[in-house]
Design a protein around this ligand. Structure first.
Ligand code: HEC
Ligand code: HEC
Ligand code: HEC
Ligand code: HEC
Ligand code: HEC
Length: 208
């Protein structure tokens, strides 16, 4: 009984040689051993280990703190803009108070967070972490998401006065659990909008 039309020594036959033709002159296993001086079980074991390692590696990359998909940093406390600015409707300027009147927007101090969190979610692990910074009199070491080099001057107030929304440069922050960098800040990006809005493209407006 031959399957698939394979002959006794045909490599295409799926039926083991011994079973197909017990008297066949060629010993398949011997041939295999000669061609590949590694045990077949080792080879299979190695392959399985490789696949497992690959899967584990990819899973690790996917969960790394430095997220390779968006390259935006993980913060020391899992602060969620979605919870605060989204679900609880807090205004951006409530926390980023400096934006309308200075170059920087500013990040709220631990004391500002504490004012609410003395009463809200006190037992949540991330709030306990927050309170440890307060007890140690240390600022939270937030990791910067946006930045320009030292030789560039970027004034938030000029842009807010011109009526530009935070979202034009930072994306839909109120929908973000974690701040995702929504633009790469490059000179061309600044210039494009400046040309569209007839704002200054004089080198010394932005460079010092
Ligand atoms: C309850 C206070 C609070 C509110 C309200 C808030 N933010 Fe923030 N914001 C923070 C804190 C704290 C950080 C630093 C941690 C982080 O990056 O998530 C931050 C960081 C940011 C950053 C990243 C800054 C950087 O370069 O590292 C941007 C952009 C930002 N906020 C924009 C907004 C916008 C736009 C809104 C309104 C939709 C808003 N924020 C509302 C507290 C707040
Ligand atoms: C105006 C009040 C207010 C301020 C100021 C405020 N929060 Fe909150 N925060 C809230 C509310 C409301 C929630 C949602 C609580 C809930 O959903 O149970 C929340 C939730 C949180 C949570 C999630 C807690 C949990 O249940 O896991 C964290 C973490 C947090 N805030 C951190 C901060 C940090 C850091 C700051 C300062 C930059 C801050 N908050 C400032 C009101 C505030
Ligand atoms: C025209 C584009 C633009 C607009 C509009 C804008 N930002 Fe920014 N933002 C930037 C750039 C560029 C940086 C990096 C600046 C730097 O490194 O000095 C930045 C940095 C920040 C930072 C972190 C550093 C800091 O300044 O404290 C926060 C927080 C922030 N922006 C919040 C806001 C909020 C809130 C609004 C709206 C009220 C807003 N931004 C509007 C471009 C913009
Ligand atoms: C989304 C549009 C937009 C983007 C992006 C933008 N700007 Fe502007 N910027 C404006 C507008 C509009 C004004 C004009 C404000 C005015 O004339 O009152 C302005 C004004 C300025 C001024 C003041 C110019 C003056 O006349 O003194 C500086 C400095 C500046 N921007 C720097 C930057 C830098 C640096 C970047 C990039 C990191 C940037 N801007 C990105 C829209 C933008
Ligand atoms: C609207 C703001 C703005 C204006 C106007 C502007 N620049 Fe820039 N420039 C930037 C920003 C922002 C960067 C930083 C880009 C980065 O970090 O990649 C930069 C970077 C540079 C660099 C460093 C090289 C690089 O790509 O990082 C040089 C050189 C430069 N600018 C020259 C000029 C000259 C010359 C002019 C006038 C013709 C000019 N810039 C006008 C915003 C501006």
């Amino acid at each position: 009984m031959r399957k698939g039309g394979g002959t006794c020594c045909s490599p295409r036959s799926r039926v083991p040689l011994k079973q197909l033709a017990p008297n066949c002159a060629h010993d398949g296993d011997a041939l295999w051993r000669k061609a590949y001086p590694v045990k077949r079980s080792w080879l299979i074991g190695g392959l399985v280990a490789f696949v497992i390692a690959l899967t584990a590696g990819l899973a690790l990359l996917y969960n790394l703190p430095l997220d390779l998909r968006d390259r935006s940093p993980i913060q020391p406390i899992a602060f969620s803009h979605k919870k605060h600015a989204g679900e609880n409707g807090m205004s951006c300027l409530f926390c980023h108070r400096a934006a309308p009147k200075s170059a920087i927007a500013g990040i709220p101090a631990v004391a500002d967070c504490r004012a609410c969190h003395l009463f809200i979610s006190r037992d949540a692990p991330e709030i306990k972490k927050l309170m440890e910074y307060w007890d140690d009199q240390q600022p939270v070491p937030w990791v910067r998401v946006y930045g320009v080099p030292d030789h560039v001057y970027f004034p938030h107030m000029m842009h807010l006065r011109a009526g530009i929304d935070c979202a034009a440069c930072h994306g839909e922050v109120a929908a973000m659990e974690r701040i995702i960098r929504s633009v790469e800040i490059e000179m061309g990006w600044c210039l494009k909008c400046h040309k569209q809005n007839k704002a200054s493209i004089d080198c010394w407006a932005c460079h010092k």
